[in-house]
Ligand binder design. Structure first.
Ligand code: 6GU
Length: 273
């Protein structure tokens, strides 16, 4: 997979040399190109922004540097044999970046990222490239960052770990909390390793029982417990058929009950802090 990132802070992308993404790069599974947007400015001050038409606070990133920078990155990629680019524009106004979208992007051969600073990029840039390639405007959560570079790191890590051979074990992401097609999308429960005692704290007996059925059930119950506490929306979203008899017993203990419409809901007084 080829990745291009156009940014006014190339050093912000240095973490792409570290850990899983860095190793994927070193192995040649990821071909990363970071471009400095200011190389496509032609004035003495390397201006990349200007005041918004219509007035209002903040600055807007200018068309010409973005257009020339993206054209250059695309031309370089095509020359080296890449094809099928998609443009990824991180923005708090984008659609939520989910595991499903990470899987979709991991199936593309070439991602071009356009992270903005200030109030965003002149809309004509996005409209122009949307006539040439798929454009994904994505948000990584309901909060506002000062720029899209951190989101590029987030999306890249989520995508890179899905590439064949990057995690080593294809089974590794089958159980991801948000893996598409899981029985019910539950959060993962707690995990433990050696030593068996630490500061007077033990590990749950069931995990050393050797009883695989009981261990699987315990893990599922803990997943239900955590999901009910931290992400009740994930349980409400599930079709009731996603839960087996033992799940329903656990959900009932946690204060949830099925409704005739085929969903679970929780009595308001059962919410524990
Ligand atoms: Cl992708 N960019 C910015 N600037 N803020 C965000 C975001 C992206 N996602 C959530 N907040």
């Amino acid at each position: 997979m080829r990745l291009d990132v156009v940014t006014i802070f190339p050093e912000y992308l240095d973490p792409l040399n570290v850990s899983l993404v860095g190793k994927a790069r070193a192995r040649g599974q990821l071909n990363v190109h970071v471009h400095d947007l200011r190389e496509w400015t032609y004035d003495r001050h390397n201006t990349v922004d200007d005041t918004p038409y219509g007035g209002g606070p903040g600055m807007v990133m200018k068309t010409e540097p973005w257009g020339d920078a993206l054209d250059s990155a695309l031309a370089d990629g095509y020359e080296t044999g890449s094809h099928g680019p998609v443009l990824v524009v991180p923005t708090p106004s984008g659609r939520p970046f989910t595991q499903e979208l990470a899987v979709e992007l991991s199936e593309r051969p070439w991602l071009v990222f356009a992270p903005a600073r200030y109030e965003g990029i002149d809309r004509r840039v996005i409209d122009e490239y949307a006539t040439r390639m798929p454009v994904y405007e994505v948000s990584i959560g309901d909060y506002v960052l000062a720029g899209g570079e951190a989101a590029v790191l987030v999306v890249t890590e989520a995508v890179a770990r899905l590439l064949p051979g990057v995690l080593g074990n294809a089974e590794s992401h089958r159980d991801d909390s948000f893996a598409p097609g899981a029985m019910a999308n539950l959060l993962e429960g707690p995990v433990y390793t050696k030593p068996p005692q630490w500061r007077g704290r033990e590990i749950p007996d069931v995990l050393v029982s050797g009883h695989h059925g009981k261990i699987a059930r315990w893990r599922r119950d803990e997943a239900l417990r955590r999901t009910a506490a931290n992400r009740p929306d994930l349980i409400e979203r599930c079709d009731a058929s996603a839960f087996d008899k033992k799940d329903r017993e656990m959900l009932s203990i946690l204060g949830w009950q099925p409704d005739p419409g085929g969903r679970f809901w929780r009595r308001p007084e059962a919410v524990e802090e």
